[in-house]
Design a protein around this ligand. Structure first.
Ligand code: THU
Length: 135
């Protein structure tokens, strides 16, 4: 991924992060995903008083895009204060929709911008191909 694409994704994810609904953890996360067709979709984490319905920023971004008819993604950014990587559940969703995609993990002050592939983050992922024989 070139630096221009990284900057585009990180800027959009940082803006989305400001919308995070986090009354319980106070931990804001923003995300932005780039479709193969060149569109950007953003997401923030959305928490819930019952805790388990909480959704991560990455899944909000991807599900918004999928609900608009997008199924092919190139790259996703996740922006947090401390530059964390996506949780295990999100990695599984990344493996579903962008198994050959890249993930930018950035801090809000852009002091860190780590890039890894989805395959590196979730090796030997269970995926759509594993169910083909039963379809
Ligand atoms: N969270 C995300 O949105 N993405 C991640 O990659 C890690 C965790 C959220 C879920 C919850 O709202 C808060 O961060 C604390 O776990």
């Amino acid at each position: 991924m070139d630096q221009k694409t990284i900057d585009l994704l990180v800027t959009a994810a940082a803006a989305a992060r400001e919308k995070a609904y986090v009354p319980y953890s106070g931990y804001k996360v923003g995300s932005a995903v780039l479709t193969r067709s060149g569109r950007l979709y953003t997401g923030c984490n959305i928490e819930n008083a019952s805790y388990t319905p909480t959704v991560c920023a990455e899944r909000v971004a991807i599900f918004k895009a999928v609900s608009e008819g997008e199924t092919e993604f190139m790259a996703i950014a996740v922006v947090t204060e401390n530059g964390v990587s996506p949780c295990g559940v999100c990695r599984q969703v990344l493996a579903e929709f962008m198994p050959r995609g890249e993930v930018v993990m950035a801090t809000t002050d852009s002091s860190r911008q780590d890039v890894m592939t989805v395959a590196e983050l979730l090796p030997r992922a269970f995926g759509p191909d594993d169910l083909h024989h039963v379809r």
